[in-house]
Write a protein that binds this ligand. Structure first.
Ligand code: MOS
Length: 746
C-alpha cells in the first residue's frame, strides 16, 4: 500500500531573531584568525610526521633540510632542550593528551611530530620538512578497536571514580530475564574526525621582558596559558593567550595542543615570533577525534508496551598513553523511565593520539545504538514509535530518584509529530512510496545531553560615551556566544546591541574556563546578566528619586550622575559547587558541574523527525527533510539557537551517511586525511530543516533559565535516519555510516 506524500510538507518556519553581532565582519573577511597573522619578523614552522605507528626514532638527518634557503633551525628531540609535560585534561593536566612530542625519541602513533622546521617562509619550512630523513625502530602496534590484540578493559576498574562507574538502577539482568519481549542488538560506529573550517594555528611571541603571547584558536585559553607555564617552567602571569574568534571548535580545540610549546620554544630560541599552521592532514593525526565505539543494547518490555529493563554496554577506543573515559550511558539511562538499567563501559587501548570530545562525544553514538534498539522494540511490539516513546517517558531520574530540573521531551515529541505530519505515517516497512517510485521512510528518535555549568566571573563597564564593555569567561567558536551576551546586556541596560563590546577568549580580560559540554550559555549569561543588573541598580540608586529614573537607560543615568563610567562584577558557580571551585577556574582546570546537582538532575532534550527517500535501484539514500524540536530552557538568541540545531542536524546526516576515518591496519594512522576523501555532507545532501523550541525557562538550574543546546542538537539525528531507512526498506542497519551496499545485499 503506497501513500502519496505530496501534501504533507510543512510550512517553513520564518527565520527570526537579532542578527549575529559578528556576522558583518565575518562575511567581509575582516575577522582575523591566528593563521591570518602576518606580524613583522614572523618566522614559519612546519612539522615532520612520523612514518611509523609505534617505536623509537633512531636517527635524524637534517643536513638536506638545513640546506634549503631560508631555513633557520630544525628542532628535534636531540636539540630542543628539556621541557615538561602539560599533562592530560582528564588526568589533572591541561592537554588533550599526556604525550608531548620531542620530549624523547618515542613514537606513540603514526603522524606524530618527530621534528619541526622553522624558516623565513612557509614554503621553505614545508620543503625542508619533507627533506628531514628519519630512521626508526618499529615495534608492533594496535591499529583498531577490533584488532586481534585489542583488549577491552572495564572502565570502572581502570578509573575507579564515581563518575566513570557502571550505572545501575534496579536489577536489569533479572528484569530482562522476566520480560515478555526482548531486543538484543549490536551497533558499530567508526572513528570520525571533526573538520572545523579553521584549522589549528599557533603564533608565539616573546616580549623583551619575558612575557609570552600565544595566538591560537582554542575553547580553553586558560588551559593553554597554565599548561605552557608548566611546560616552560615560567609563571602563569608571564603567559597571555588570545583566542577572540575560533572558526569551529567541536571539542578538537578544548585544551592545550601537543605542538604549542614547540612553537613557543622556537620563538624563544630564535628571538622572533613564530607561526605554525597545521595542514588538514596533520589535524587528523595531531589533534583529538571521535573514537570508534561498539555497543550492545538489550531491552525488555512487558505486554503492555512498558520498557522494564535495559542493558547498554559500550566499548570505546582510547590511546595507549591515556584513558579517555566514556559516558554514553549517562543519557541512555535517562531517556526513558526504565526502572531496571545497567550501563557498562569498557576502554580499548590503541596506538593513536588520544581521542577526545567531538560534538556530543558519547551521546551521539550512545543514542544511535539505544534509539535504534528502542525502534526495534516498538516494531517488535507493533507500537507506533512516537506513541511508544511517550508511553515510556520518565517522571524522575531512574538512577538517582531525583527530579529533573525540567523535562519537556514529551512536548518535543508531541509538537514535532504534529508539525511533521506523523499521523499520516503508515506503520509497515516499505508501505510508503513517492510518485517517482522511491521508498519513503519516516523515522523518529530522541536525544538528551547534560545541562552543565562552569564557574565564571563577568565584568560590565559602561562609559559616558555609551560604550559597554563586557569581559567574561567564554569562547566564541561560531556558536554565537557574543550575540547571546550582547542581547542580554543590551536588554538590561537599555543600550543598543551595537554599543556592546565583548571580550572573550582573552586571559587578560577574565579567567577563561573551558567552553565545551554545551555549558557556554548557562555559564556566561547568568553572571553577565547579574553584573549588568547590578550596574543598573547602582545607577538607579545614584539617581535617587529623580523623575524618570526607572524608565531611563543606563547611559542616560550615567550622564545625569556626572560620573565618567560605572562598572559591576558578578561571579557565579553551579548549584552545589563550593567557593574553592574558583581556584580551578583561575588555575586553568576544568570545573564544570552536572548533570547531577544536589537537588535535581538537569538535561536538555530533543526529538528529531526524519524523512528519507531511497531510490529503488541504486538504493541511494536522500534526506529531503528533518524537523527537530528542542527543550533547551530559555532560548537566549533565537537566530544562533536555530543555527546550532541546523548544524547539529547536518552533522547528524554526515555521521549517519558519510563520515568515517579509514584506518589501514598494516600502517596505522588515518588514510583519508583530507577533505577530498573524508566525505562530509555538501549543500546538495541537505534538504529542508525545520527547527522549533519548547522555550520553557529552567529557572531551577539558573536565573536565566538556560540549559544548553550545542550538542543535544546532534543527539538522535543518526538513529532517526536509520529508523527511517528501516521504515523505507525493512532493513535494520546497525553500523554507521550506512552504505548503499548494506541496502543492496538481499
Ligand atoms: Mo564539546 S565536544 O564538549 O567541545
Amino acid at each position: 500500500m503506497a501513500t502519496s506524500l505530496k501534501t504533507v510538507m510543512t510550512k517553513r518556519t520564518p527565520r527570526a531573531g537579532a542578527e549575529r553581532v559578528d556576522a558583518r565582519d565575518k562575511v567581509r573577511g575582516a575577522t582575523r584568525y591566528a593563521a591570518d597573522d602576518v606580524r613583522a619578523g614572523l618566522l614559519h614552522a612546519a612539522l615532520v610526521p612520523s612514518r611509523i605507528a609505534r617505536g623509537t626514532v633512531t636517527g635524524i638527518d637534517t643536513a638536506a633540510a638545513q640546506r634549503v634557503r631560508g631555513v633557520r633551525t630544525v628542532f628535534t628531540h636531540e636539540n630542543i632542550g628539556s621541557f615538561d609535560t602539560g599533562g592530560f585534561l582528564m588526568g589533572g593536566g591541561f592537554g588533550f593528551q599526556s604525550f608531548y612530542p620531542l620530549r624523547s625519541p618515542q613514537v606513540a602513533y603514526r603522524g606524530q611530530t618527530v621534528a619541526m622546521v622553522v624558516a623565513d617562509t612557509p614554503e621553505a619550512a614545508r620543503e625542508a620538512a619533507a627533506l628531514v630523513a628519519v630512521t626508526y625502530a618499529a615495534i608492533p602496534f594496535v591499529a583498531t578497536i577490533d584488532a586481534p590484540d585489542a583488549q577491552p578493559q572495564a572502565q570502572s576498574a581502570l578509573l575507579p571514580q564515581p563518575m566513570f562507574a557502571d550505572r545501575r538502577a534496579g536489577d536489569a539482568e533479572a528484569a530482562l530475564q522476566g520480560a515478555a519481549f526482548t531486543v538484543d542488538a549490536a551497533y558499530e560506529l567508526p572513528v570520525q574526525h571533526q573538520n572545523p573550517m579553521e584549522i589549528i594555528a599557533t603564533v608565539a611571541e616573546w616580549s623583551a621582558d619575558g612575557v609570552l603571547t600565544i595566538h591560537e584558536p582554542t575553547q580553553n585559553a586558560e588551559s593553554v596559558r597554565h599548561g605552557l607555564a608548566k611546560q616552560l617552567g615560567i609563571e602563569p602571569a608571564k603567559v597571555r593567550v588570545l583566542s577572540p574568534t575560533v572558526g569551529g571548535g567541536f571539542g578538537q580545540k578544548n585544551s592545550l595542543q601537543s605542538h604549542t610549546a614547540l612553537v613557543a620554544i622556537a620563538a624563544r630560541t630564535l628571538g622572533r615570533p613564530v607561526k605554525l599552521v597545521l595542514s588538514r592532514s596533520q589535524l587528523f593525526h595531531n589533534a583529538s577525534f571521535r573514537p570508534a565505539s561498539r555497543h550492545r543494547v538489550r531491552l525488555g518490555a512487558d505486554r503492555g508496551g512498558k520498557l522494564v529493563a535495559a542493558i547498554h554496554e559500550i566499548d570505546q577506543q582510547t590511546s595507549r598513553h591515556d584513558l579517555f573515559p566514556s559516558s554514553g550511558t549517562e543519557i541512555t539511562s535517562r531517556l526513558y523511565g526504565i526502572g531496571n538499567f545497567l550501563g557498562r563501559e569498557r576502554l580499548v587501548r590503541t596506538d593513536v593520539q588520544t581521542p577526545g570530545y567531538m560534538r556530543a562525544p558519547f551521546e551521539h553514538p550512545a543514542a544511535f545504538a539505544f534509539e535504534s534498539a528502542v525502534d526495534e522494540m516498538a516494531y517488535a511490539l507493533g507500537r507506533d514509535p512516537v506513541a511508544f516513546r511517550l508511553a515510556n517517558d520518565a517522571a524522575v531520574d531512574p538512577l538517582s530518584g531525583k527530579p529533573f530540573s525540567s523535562r519537556h521531551l514529551a512536548e518535543c515529541l508531541a509538537k514535532g509529530s504534529s508539525a511533521f505530519g506523523w499521523a499520516r505515517r503508515t506503520m509497515a516497512p516499505r508501505s510508503m512510496r513517492a510518485p517517482d517510485g522511491s521508498f519513503i521512510g519516516w523515522g523518529v528518535a530522541a536525544g538528551a545531553y547534560k545541562a552543565a555549568i562552569a564557574p565564571a566571573i563577568a565584568k560590565v563597564r559602561l562609559d559616558a560615551s555609551g560604550t559597554v564593555r563586557v569581559a567574561v569567561g567564554g569562547h566564541e567558536m561560531g556558536q554565537g556566544i557574543r550575540t547571546a551576551i550582547a542581547l542580554t546586556v543590551a536588554r538590561v541596560l537599555g543600550a543598543p546591541v551595537a554599543a556592546v563590546e565583548i571580550l572573550v577568549g582573552d586571559t587578560t580580560a577574565a579567567p577563561q574556563h573551558l567552553t565545551a559540554g554545551s555549558w557556554g550559555t548557562a555559564t556566561a549569561l547568568p553572571p553577565v546578566q547579574e553584573a549588568a543588573q547590578r550596574l543598573m541598580d547602582d545607577l538607579r540608586q545614584n539617581a535617587g528619586a529623580q523623575a524618570g529614573a526607572n524608565g531611563a537607560t543606563a547611559v542616560a543615568l550615567l550622564r545625569a550622575s556626572g560620573r565618567p563610567f560605572a562598572e559591576a562584577e558578578s561571579r557565579m558557580r553551579a548549584p552545589g559547587q563550593p567557593e574553592q571551585v574558583f581556584g580551578r577556574l583561575t588555575g586553568g582546570l576544568p570545573a564544570a558541574a552536572g548533570p547531577v546537582y544536589p537537588d535535581f538532575v538537569a538535561f536538555s532534550f530533543i526529538a528529531h523527525f526524519v524523512e528519507v527517500r531511497i531510490e529503488p535501484t541504486t538504493r541511494r539514500i536522500r534526506v529531503p527533510r528533518v524537523l527537530s524540536v528542542a527543550d533547551c530552557g530559555t532560548v537566549a538568541s533565537l537566530r544562533t539557537a536555530r543555527s546550532q540545531v541546523e548544524g547539529g542536524v547536518v552533522w547528524g546526516i554526515g555521521a549517519a551517511l558519510r563520515e568515517a576515518s579509514e584506518v589501514d591496519a598494516r600502517y596505522g594512522g588515518f588514510l583519508n586525511a583530507d577533505l577530498a576523501e573524508y566525505v562530509l555532507p555538501v549543500a546538495a545532501d541537505i534538504g529542508r530543516i525545520d527547527v522549533d523550541f519548547v522555550g520553557k525557562p529552567d529557572t531551577r538550574l539558573n536565573a536565566m533559565g538556560v540549559k544548553g543546546l550545542g550538542e543535544v542538537a546532534m543527539v538522535g539525528v543518526a538513529p532517526a535516519i536509520v529508523n527511517a531507512v528501516f521504515h523505507a526498506t525493512g532493513k535494520r542497519l546497525r553500523r554507521l555510516p550506512l552504505r548503499l551496499e548494506d541496502l543492496l545485499e538481499s
